[in-house]
Design a protein around this ligand. Structure first.
Ligand code: UT7
Length: 335
């Protein structure tokens, strides 16, 4: 039995910065409301034709691979988490295999929205722990901006989300006291429609329905979010799954060196910080700059934290996520 550890991290965000003031020019919103409710000051949006979920994921992956000090052909498996794939199918995992120009290794797509990276990390961890693979590339990448409603009708959702990508190379660790100590995953499908994009799907709303109706007011392909309900569930589930992870390892909140929460809302992070009595130095937030980038938010934040020297060898790093599904999860890492 081995452990797995993160040996390389990278992120990529598009250059195009969209401020709250920019949004207030196209919809009825304002900087004060957005900052007060979410903490977000700006986010990045792709320019059409320049970047996709896959191209950003590939750029983040190249940085992670270089920092890992391995060759791309040393990667044994690809895991790609996103809710915004380039194509309906195939998923972006195979596009990464193609665009990185690597061997015909397996590529898995993860559909767990904001928890996607933690789910992906967990899958990679199991493959490495079992000895099946040595090096696994885990990517979280999202293009939200091309699928949001930037009229006042969509302001409750569209001001929150941003585009970007993050990646981690995970590798075998012989010392089982180091690396990913454990991961903890949950779902509660009862609330699936509280944060969702319903169409196009093959369930309640078929592509053919949309084409036949040709209704300009059809919003079934735009995200819907019951914000307050999601918020209330998020703070409970974040807390539970962090405690679950710590307890599974005989650890307590005083052992946390750095918490890197999914960047859903700065108010959620601050609530968790207070609950676990953590200092500002013990919680990493960058939602102010990038908004909520869903599956990309943890790997972007983790990379920035690492680049800023906020993570040292031996630190206990806790990742936690909650989002659409509902799904949530945590990872306890001894760096
Ligand atoms: O990562 C996935 C997980 N997602 C989350 O964790 C999101 C969790 N939820 C939230 O972060 C918050 O619920 C939001 C930031 C989405 C919304 O904040 P809120 O304090 O729950 O506001 P609300 O939805 O209750 O709306 C309050 C008011 C409403 O107006 P009335 O009905 O009081 O007149 C909204 O129409 O704010 C209005 N509003 C806005 N006003 C200006 C909603 N969006 C905007 C906006 N600008 N962008």
């Amino acid at each position: 039995m081995y452990n797995s550890k993160i040996i390389g991290l990278g992120y990529f965000v598009p250059e195009n910065v969209v401020t709250n003031d920019d949004l207030s020019k196209i919809m009825d919103t304002n900087d004060e409301w957005i900052q007060e409710r979410t903490g977000i000051r700006e986010r990045r949006h792709v320019i059409k034709g320049e970047e996709t979920t896959t191209t950003m994921g590939v750029k983040a992956a190249k940085i992670a691979i270089e920092r890992a000090g391995i060759d791309k052909d040393d990667i044994d498996f690809i895991i790609f988490a996103t809710l915004s794939p380039d194509y309906y199918f195939p998923g972006p995992g195979v596009l990464v295999q193609r665009d990185l120009g690597i061997k015909t290794i397996g590529a898995l797509d993860v559909r767990n929205q904001c928890s996607g990276f933690v789910y992906g990390l967990s899958v990679a961890d199991q493959y490495i722990k079992s000895g099946m693979y040595k090096n696994v590339l885990v990517i979280g990448s999202e293009v939200h901006s091309t699928g949001l409603d930037f009229t006042t009708r969509g302001r409750g959702v569209s001001v929150i989300f941003g585009d970007g990508a993050g990646a981690a190379v995970m590798s075998r660790e012989e010392d089982t006291k180091k690396g990913i100590l454990s991961t903890h995953l949950h779902s509660e499908g009862q609330h699936a429609e509280e944060l969702a994009v319903i169409a196009p799907g093959m369930g309640k709303r078929w592509v053919t329905d949309i084409i036949e109706e040709n209704d300009p007011n059809d919003v079934s392909y735009l995200p819907v979010m019951n914000g307050q309900f999601v918020f209330k569930n998020a703070v409970v589930r974040f807390s539970e799954v962090i405690v679950e992870g710590l307890q599974a390892n005989g650890l307590g909140k005083e052992d946390i060196d750095l918490l890197v929460p999914h960047q859903a809302n700065l108010r959620i992070s601050q609530f968790i910080q207070r609950k676990f009595e953590l200092s500002d130095d013990q919680v990493f937030n960058n939602i102010m700059k990038y908004g909520n980038t869903t599956a990309a938010s943890i790997p972007i934040a983790l990379t920035e934290a690492w680049e800023q020297g906020r993570i040292k060898e031996g630190d206990l790093v806790v990742l936690a996520a909650f989002g659409s599904g509902f799904t949530w999860g945590s990872a306890i890492i001894r760096w």
